[in-house]
Ligand binder design. Sequence first.
Ligand code: IYR
Length: 225
Amino acid sequence: MQEHASVPLEDFIEYPASEMLKRARDFYATCRRRHSVRAFSDRPVNRELIETCLRAAGTAPSGANHQPWHFVAIGSAEVKKQIRAQAEALEQSFYQGRAGEEWLQALKPLGTDANKSYLEVAPWLIAVFSQKKGGIHASDKQQNYYVHESVGLATGFLIQALHQSGLATLTHTPKPMSFLTEICGRDADNERPYMLIVAGYPAENATIPEHALVKKELNEIASFL
Ligand code: IYR
């Protein structure tokens, strides 16, 4: 290996093999209880909880460790209202035909429509942005690598962190999402909106579509050679 500064790996924990399997099973059970929720309560959620989940998201692996992401956590009722208005306008044209017949058919079992009231009701919206240029320091302006992969990983970490903390989430991707750049005051030359994560307690009457409970079997998603 090339000469580079390094420290010993000291925080790796080795578990007994029996405990490893239990841990894997427990984590899988936790993952199985994560559902995309579309009915949120307006119960407030502490900013510190969101901050901690964002810190967890920020530990995701990334190309050259440039961490090419920025998260805008929106708790402001005024900003949420603007986001809802713009997202609903886009979704209306989407559901009225822009999506095309095949896409609309695919969404039918989810029961989604252009009403996005949860964007105002939920206590937090987290807009995830990807960065073309950056580096290990926030002020760097180097090329970033594997940006999509990196930001996808960080977003996955964020969703699991929120779930693990006891919050419900929804991934929301109004198309196109460029309005988020302006509302969030981000630099359109370097950053692209990646996804909007809705986070909060579920509404008391929250439901999940049966369609979403169908998960592919292991032999359908994995092969062993
Ligand atoms: N963005 C729209 C449509 C939508 C698209 C897919 I693919 C979904 O899995 C769910 C919804 C909406 O939020 O309604």
